[in-house]
Design a protein around this ligand. Structure first.
Ligand code: NAD
Length: 513
């Protein structure tokens, strides 16, 4: 380790050590697991804890608790919900460092990045604090003589959230504050790779005054996921993860007539036009390509260099990437930590081998990295491929690691056509000084989130997060007004309070007069 500051992982039994179990009905619940899986400390490679895999009986307990809690929570006042949300926001804000430390210990991302993740999650809680405004519905007086019509937004029922490893706090917080503020109960099935944060999220929500059973956590793997989707009490499913699983979850939930939003994988491109500020573009490519070791759904994985910027841009990226400090995320000097597991690191590294076989030029090779004092961590240094083409799998497939590909093209039109050749449509960025080009780009490009001189255009909580194409199945994005739409059902009431002008049956279609 360097002489820089290093923070220790808090030892919390059932969160960072021991067996990480469920949270059901306002308390930790050991249940009767169908086995456990190891949870690693990615910087040391050591097994730090085990996570319980929910059995069918555990799932039934969670579902029954969620169903019972829904029946009373749906009638809770907006004042009550608002108070709970404000209290939750305060607790999360005060303890953000503690939550971040747990994330770093199990995910590996550097501590400042984990603090940032928690911060973006808190912003969704802040959005949910305005639930009174969000659930206002609409009203028309006198749509016909003495007739009024109004639409109210009612909760959907017990909802489920299935989340990925790469944002163990932020992605659950995209979902659960909005679902719960709208009057639903919610079961979270976190990633089995870094489940510790989910237990704290639940404990602290209880402390904020949330009634028992409104928020439950069920630990497990694919078996738990499929059991939850198929459970008759579950009315809506939010999923975030890889594209094949997102497609499976969306298909399976839809077949059962359930609401579903399933956010999938990504391959985000960043186009650099000849007039761009190349220093800014290189900073952005390195930050967005290697931040969180490339394990972000909004990571930039392809830089599209429009002639003649290629050589200068690649040199600038290499210079910056070589200066990155790769070490334990708890070390304050760290720019980039390890990958989440050895299996994932090996998969990412195999893509680097593949790119070489496919004929791309590997200008930066992170495969042989050695980290002082951490020989068994799941390391892979920054890798950069130049002269990548669309025939290569390192271009077309999601790698989800610190591997950046540069594709060179001759024109703006070629660059946009290349972006649109990708089946994913999560985020895309354009670097330019030309306002006209930027305007044309944001209007025409096929992607759900667009950055202009912003490499990671993650929408703020009061806008909605989600991509297009193979990056989202379903038609509603996360949080913002689309989140409220997803977690509510509209009911429209038509009422007349007057003596009808005419009495007696009238079989004609109701007319507005
Ligand atoms: P993953 O798809 O492996 O796992 C996501 C969740 O699905 C986990 O809770 C896991 O337990 C469950 N799961 C895994 N296999 C399953 C199966 N066969 N059947 C049912 N459930 C299953 O994803 P991950 O590796 O944890 O996360 C990384 C992926 O998530 C990347 O593809 C990344 O792009 C994507 N992601 C997307 C977004 C977005 O907003 N679009 C955000 C974050 C991450």
């Amino acid at each position: 380790m360097s002489a820089s500051q290093s923070s220790a992982t808090p030892a919390i039994d059932g969160v960072t050590t021991g067996v990480i179990g469920h949270w059901i009905n306002g308390a930790r619940f050991a249940g009767s697991p169908d086995g456990t899986l190891p949870v690693f400390d990615p910087a040391t490679g050591a097994v730090a804890a085990q996570v319980a895999l929910a059995s069918g009986a555990d799932l039934e307990t969670a579902a029954a608790s969620s169903r019972a809690a829904f029946e009373s929570w749906r009638h809770s006042s907006i004042a009550t919900r608002t108070k709970v949300m404000f209290a939750y926001r305060e607790i999360l804000s005060e303890r953000r460092e503690q939550l971040a430390a747990v994330i770093t210990a199990q995910h590996g991302k550097v501590l400042s990045d984990a603090v940032g993740e928690v911060g973006r999650g808190i912003e969704v809680v802040e959005f949910a604090c305005g639930v009174g405004e969000l659930l206002k519905g609409t009203h028309n007086e006198q749509v016909s003589t003495d007739v009024d019509v109004w639409t109210v937004l009612q909760p959907v029922g017990p909802c489920v959230g299935i989340t990925p490893f790469n944002f163990p706090a932020m992605v659950p917080l995209w979902m659960l504050p909005v679902a719960i503020a709208c009057g639903n109960s919610f079961i979270l099935k976190p990633s089995e790779r870094d489940p510790g944060a989910s237990v704290l999220l639940a404990e602290w929500f209880s402390e904020a005054g949330l009634p028992d059973g409104v928020f439950n956590v069920l630990q497990g793997d694919a078996t738990a996921v499929n059991g939850l989707i198929d459970h008759p009490d579950v009315k809506a499913v939010s999923f975030v993860g890889s594209t094949p699983i997102a497609r499976h979850v969306a298909t399976s939930a839809t077949e059962q007539g359930k609401r579903v939003q399933a956010l999938g994988g990504a391959k985000n491109h960043m186009i650099v036009l000849p007039d761009a500020d190349l220093e800014l573009a290189a900073d952005a490519a390195v930050s967005a390509g290697y931040g969180s070791a490339g394990e972000r759904c909004m990571a930039i994985s392809v830089v599209v260099a429009v002639d003649p910027v290629g050589d200068e841009l690649v040199d600038a990226i290499v210079e910056r990437a070589k200066a990155l400090v790769i070490t334990d995320g708890r070390d304050s000097a760290a720019d980039m930590g390890p990958l989440v597991t050895a299996t994932h690191r090996d998969r990412v590294r195999s893509y680097v081998d593949l790119g070489v076989e496919e004929g791309a030029t590997l200008v930066l090779d992170g495969r042989d990295i050695v980290v002082d004092g951490r020989p068994d961590g799941f390391w892979l240094g920054p890798c950069l491929f130049d002269h990548v083409t669309t025939e290569m799998r390192v271009w077309s497939e999601e790698i989800f690691g610190p591997v950046l590909a540069v594709v060179r093209v001759s024109t703006y039109d070629e660059a946009v056509a290349l972006v649109e050749q990708s089946p994913f449509g999560n985020g895309v960025a354009l670097f330019t000084r030309d306002g006209g080009a930027a305007r044309r780009f944001q209007q025409q490009v096929e992607a759900g989130m667009v950055g202009i001189n912003v490499p990671i255009p993650v929408p703020v909580s009061y806008h909605s997060f989600g991509g297009w194409g193979a990056s989202l199945f379903g038609d509603t994005k996360a949080h913002g007004t689309e989140g409220v739409h997803f977690y509510t059902r509209a009911k429209t009431v038509t009422a007349r309070w007057a003596d009808p002008a005419t009495r007696g049956p009238d079989l004609g279609f109701p007319r507005n007069t």
